[in-house]
Design a protein around this ligand. Structure first.
Ligand code: PEP
Length: 254
């Protein structure tokens, strides 16, 4: 991490926890965590628990997010949720382009771009997920894949639009597998992403954009990951579902 960028620890609860379970989790978490002044904590529950968590998170200084959205503001899109609806519930972040959405629900760089623009337009911060699959890494194509995803999702946005964007590098082979990228592997890609952002936009944005690492982050590896200069936080699935492990992640030490 770099002291100029506030670290962000983000929980992606995926399709876990009812509203009652989510509230009970947060009540216990708050007993186990101290002040969050020098770090930001984001919780992205399922849509159905967003409203229930809004007040409790706000009171304690946590940020609230969603895991997905539609790019249109309203209309005949059965089953979809728009960005103004999420903003109205108190969300300040939306995760966009998670690899599960790309792999299981047909999300493309094009839809990631539309969603990213919609999130920014609604006054929230997109957490744009990128990452290579194992075969691409083994073929030495990681940077090529990352550049294509970055270009598809973000190139052409204005510097102003880009100023709040958060990027999450999540190697697909490390998500939910227990297999984490080493801190050096992650740092190498984060530095590359920062360089690409600089070439698309400006060095000013390169310095401020936060780049999270995601993929089997747990209490035993978070400190070493956070010690890397271009890793500004973590996007966490499995280890964010247990109070003890999420509290340890929040209290990472560098
Ligand atoms: C994720 O889904 O974004 C993720 C990183 O999951 P996990 O921490 O379980 O690998």
């Amino acid at each position: 991490m770099n002291p100029d960028r506030k670290p962000l620890i983000a929980a992606n609860w995926k399709m876990h926890k009812t509203p009652v379970e989510a509230i009970a989790f947060m009540e216990r978490l708050q007993k186990e965590t101290g002040p969050l002044d020098d770090r930001e904590v984001l919780v992205a529950p399922p849509f159905t628990a967003i409203q229930a968590l809004g007040n409790i998170l706000r009171q304690k200084g946590y940020s609230l997010g969603a895991q997905n959205c539609h790019w249109e503001e309203k209309g005949a899109y059965t089953g979809e949720i728009s960005t103004p609806m999420l903003k109205d519930l108190g969300c300040s972040y939306v995760i966009v382009g998670h690899s599960e959405r790309r792999q299981l629900f047909g999300e493309t760089d094009q839809t990631v771009r539309l969603k990213t623009a919609a999130v920014i337009k609604a006054g929230m911060t997109p957490v744009v997920c990128l990452g290579e699959v194992l075969e691409e890494r083994e073929q030495g194509r990681t940077f090529e894949v990352i550049d294509k995803q970055l270009k598809g999702a973000l190139q052409g946005f204005s510097a102003e639009q880009m100023s709040g964007v958060v990027i999450a590098y999540e190697p697909v082979w490390a998500i939910g597998t227990g297999r984490t990228a080493t801190p050096e592997q992650a740092q190498e890609v984060h530095a590359h992403i920062r360089g690409t952002i600089s070439s698309f936009f400006s060095t000013a944005i390169e310095k401020t954009v936060r780049i999270l690492y995601g993929g089997s982050v747990k209490p035993s590896n978070v400190d070493a990951l956070m010690a890397q200069p271009d890793i500004d936080g973590a996007l966490v699935g499995g280890a964010s579902l247990e109070v003890g492990s999420f509290a340890s992640l929040i209290h990472f030490n560098v």
